[in-house]
Design a protein around this ligand. Structure first.
Ligand SMILES: NC(=O)c1ccc[n+]([C@@H]2O[C@H](COP(=O)([O-])OP(=O)(O)OC[C@H]3O[C@@H](n4cnc5c(N)ncnc54)[C@H](OP(=O)(O)O)[C@@H]3O)[C@@H](O)[C@H]2O)c1
Length: 299
């Protein structure tokens, strides 16, 4: 299987590139500017090359679309940016795949925020009707529809908040801990979240590709916390004193970062109804991820 991954320098994309390469798979990561993954895999800079040219060059069996902008408030504040990153980019790839090669499988990474309704305790499943209330959620839902329309063999994977490698430049936990170590005060929300490991997502993806899954799949850890508790626990495990530095004033995010704040349901959980997903490994808990990944990290 030859995989072409669009968004290879991203938080999720780079984790998939590293995990697939570690397993000896043929995976090529690309992004506009290129760079390296935390595992030092080269991500090729594609500049303005279009999807037709890239598909022709690489002849992939699978195209993994991880590129996008997952920052809800940035998307709410800049609608044209969100549409370009989360919709038009997907449209270009989906039409190119649909026109040039109907045997390519396309995987789109989507989000829990296609749902805007409060979820039941057991979570919203693939059978529930999405009802987005943010620009990001609306754009991700439109991207899903585009992929379904253009590509016969597609897989749409909806994900909650991700925990990835501390070696990634966008790792949020490293950013928080560095601020706390400098004595800066940070405010973190207490919305319930189900932090999900990017390495686990990569393993699940590989399983789903091997068994030829298609359609829509929800992947999520079942282990709940909130951003405030998680960062406090991480600091505690690193023996960092957080007295007076980590607050939770209920405002999310820092109000001066963006001009608009996206609406979010206060409790949003996804779960799966799919039998093929039931055979997947158990997702690691967020406490395990923290201990395994950050304990020896040089902040
Ligand atoms: N992070 C989360 O917690 C989370 C949760 C749920 C779902 N998701 C979904 O997962 C996906 C990945 O999220 P992420 O956190 O990994 O995002 P990210 O870190 O912001 O990465 C986005 C990647 O896309 C690349 N990119 C942007 N425009 C491109 C283009 N036109 N062509 C090729 N590459 C392009 C960027 O690199 P260049 O700038 O070099 O192009 C970057 O590598 C998104 O679709 C998001 O909606 C993320």
């Amino acid at each position: 299987m030859k995989a072409l991954l669009v968004g290879g320098t991203g938080y999720l994309g780079s984790a998939i590139v590293d995990n697939f390469a570690d397993m000896g798979l043929d995976v090529v990561g690309i992004s506009r500017r290129g760079g390296r993954s935390p595992g030092q895999r080269v991500i090729r800079a594609i500049g303005n090359l279009n999807p037709h040219e890239l598909i022709h060059e690489y002849q992939p069996d699978v195209v993994l679309l991880t590129a996008g902008n997952p920052d809800l408030d940035a998307c709410e504040s800049d609608v044209s940016m969100s549409r370009e990153m989360n919709v038009e980019l997907v449209r270009r790839w989906a039409t190119a795949i649909g026109h040039t090669a109907s045997n390519i499988t396309c995987v789109l990474f989507s989000s829990i925020y296609v749902f805007g309704q409060e979820s039941p305790k057991e979570g919203l499943t693939e059978n529930d009707v999405p009802l987005p209330i943010s620009q990001y959620g609306k754009d991700k839902l439109e991207a899903e529809i585009i992929v379904r329309q253009h590509i016969n063999h597609h897989l749409i994977i909806r994900l909650p908040w991700l925990l990835g490698s501390p070696g990634h430049i966008r790792d949020p936990l490293v950013g928080y801990i560095r601020k706390v170590m400098k004595g800066e005060k940070i405010e973190l929300d207490r919305n319930t979240r189900f932090p999900t490991d990017t390495t686990w997502v990569a393993a699940c993806l590989l399983h789903l590709l091997h068994i030829g899954s298609c359609g829509t799949v929800h992947l999520s850890s079942k282990d709940a916390t909130n951003r405030y508790e998680l960062v406090k626990e991480l600091a505690r495990s690193l023996n960092i004193d957080t007295n007076g530095t980590i607050g939770s004033n209920g405002i999310y995010p820092a109000p001066n970062l963006h001009t608009a704040i996206a609406m979010r349901p206060s409790f949003l959980k996804i779960s799966t109804m799919r039998n093929d997903v039931r055979g997947l490994p158990e997702a690691p808990t967020w406490k395990n991820i923290i201990v395994d990944r950050y304990r020896n990290w040089n902040f």
